[in-house]
Design a protein around this ligand. Structure first.
Ligand SMILES: NC(=O)C1=CN([C@@H]2O[C@H](COP(=O)(O)OP(=O)(O)OC[C@H]3O[C@@H](n4cnc5c(N)ncnc54)[C@H](OP(=O)(O)O)[C@@H]3O)[C@@H](O)[C@H]2O)C=CC1
Ligand SMILES: CC(C)CCC[C@@H](C)[C@H]1CC[C@H]2C3=C(CC[C@]12C)[C@@]1(C)CCC(=O)C[C@@H]1CC3
Length: 350
């Protein structure tokens, strides 16, 4: 780390979430002075100053941004939810609010956590490079639609006076995640993880959270006037693409659940997911139905989607600092309590 970063004040928006917590820990280790802004409080740390508020509200954000050298924006509503209004409000309007408030207060650097899914529309992507892939013209869900709007707004705001960069991770996994492992385990408990969507040979990126954090910190360190990273987006991956179903099998069997074995045709499942989504939409004025298979999930589980992180290597010296094996080991150790054979005691208080 550049010595001059020591003691610099940063604000992690979304710092109480999965990625945010890991980012805070790494920033503290590197000597940054860390502040967190989030809508909820999930942990305590005497080294961190916490601001609880809504990023859509200028009056909430302003006090947290005073004197900040760099803002990391990694807040979002849960990606697998389907709340169009909330995604637009938080990911798009809220991000524009962050940009404006930074500019008003005089903050000069903004690192956005975007997503590689901004270029994904269900068709295979192999070793995708930033400069070759346009934004998805037909995003598969509202989350992706608003991540595209968000990234465009952040990159367009880059100027000689305000430096911005977007980090595009893919399939983040690691301890403290409430998504990938817990959802897969929940599906396994319900008997829904016996199936393989397609031939099981689709190759994807899963990225250990420690590498995603490393990419963010390198971006902040390199975000200066005239730097090649200003106004650009960067894929950050483990650079170890793997069969989607091999990765899921390692997670499941690592926690003593059986491996998925029964192959189901991709196209059939995709059509079923589209129909279920349509029915859920038709019935939405009367009841809320949340189908467990969405077109996005089927596509992610049944197509290739892996990306090159060469541009990040060239422009900011990025290379993964954890291998996939190391990441999986750390992840599985942290989820032992979700293992199939773990007996949970229920204490009845009468
Ligand atoms: N997980 C993944 O595989 C990937 C994630 N990303 C991106 O990485 C970022 C971090 O994701 P992750 O850590 O998994 O997400 P989390 O949900 O764990 O963390 C996001 C945090 O932001 C908070 N938040 C939501 N709305 C607001 C708001 N209006 N004001 C302030 N805080 C808010 C959330 O609170 P609450 O929980 O109460 O909503 C939560 O604490 C996101 O931008 C996501 O799009 C990109 C690629 C892959
Ligand atoms: C259909 C089932 C077999 C899927 C079970 C696993 C999923 C819970 C996860 C596998 C790939 C993950 C993923 C995301 C969410 C969780 C998975 C679908 C994202 C959509 C999260 C937000 C992003 O920006 C992109 C991610 C891609 C991979």
């Amino acid at each position: 780390m550049a010595a001059s970063m020591k003691g610099r004040k940063c604000l992690v928006i979304g710092g109480c979430g999965f990625l945010g917590q890991h980012l805070c820990e790494a920033l503290l280790e590197k000597g940054w002075s860390v502040q967190v802004f989030d809508i909820r409080s999930t942990f305590e740390d005497s080294r961190i100053k916490f601001f609880i508020g809504d990023l859509c509200k200028k009056e909430d954000l302003k006090p947290a941004l005073e004197g900040v050298y760099c803002v990391f924006h990694c807040a979002s509503p849960a990606p697998l939810s389907n709340n169009k209004t909330l995604f637009y409000k938080v990911n798009y309007e809220g991000t524009k609010n962050i940009i404006e408030t930074c500019q008003e207060v005089g903050v000069k650097r903004l690192v956005l956590t975007s997503s590689a899914s901004v270029v994904y529309e269900g068709k295979g992507i192999r070793n995708g490079k930033e400069e070759e892939l346009p934004y998805a013209s037909k995003p598969l869900d509202y989350y992706t639609e608003t991540k595209i709007l968000q990234e465009k707004a952040v990159l367009a705001a880059n100027s000689d006076d305000f430096y911005t960069v977007a980090i595009r991770p893919h399939g983040i996994f690691g301890p403290k995640d409430l998504q990938l492992v817990p959802i897969a385990v929940d599906m396994a408990k319900k008997g829904k993880m016996k199936y393989i969507i397609g031939d099981g040979k689709n190759v994807v990126d899963f990225t250990y959270v420690g590498n995603v954090v490393h990419g963010h910190i390198l971006a902040a360190e390199n975000l200066n006037l005239g730097s090649p990273i200003c106004g650009k987006a960067y894929h950050i991956t483990n650079a170890e693409p793997i069969f989607f179903w091999t990765f899921m099998t390692r997670i499941l069997t690592g926690l003593d659940y059986p491996a998925p074995r029964i192959h189901l045709p991709y196209t059939l499942l995709y059509i079923l997911a589209v129909i279920m989504q349509f029915v859920a939409w038709l019935l939405s004025p009367f009841i809320t139905i949340t189908p467990s298979l969405t077109p996005m999930k089927v596509a992610l589980a049944g197509t290739d989607h892996f990306y090159s992180s060469e541009r990040a290597k060239q422009d900011m010296g990025y290379k993964p600092i954890y291998t996939l094996d190391q990441g999986l080991k750390l992840t599985l150790e942290s989820y032992r309590h979700l293992g199939k054979n773990v007996i949970t005691r229920v204490i009845k208080i009468t």
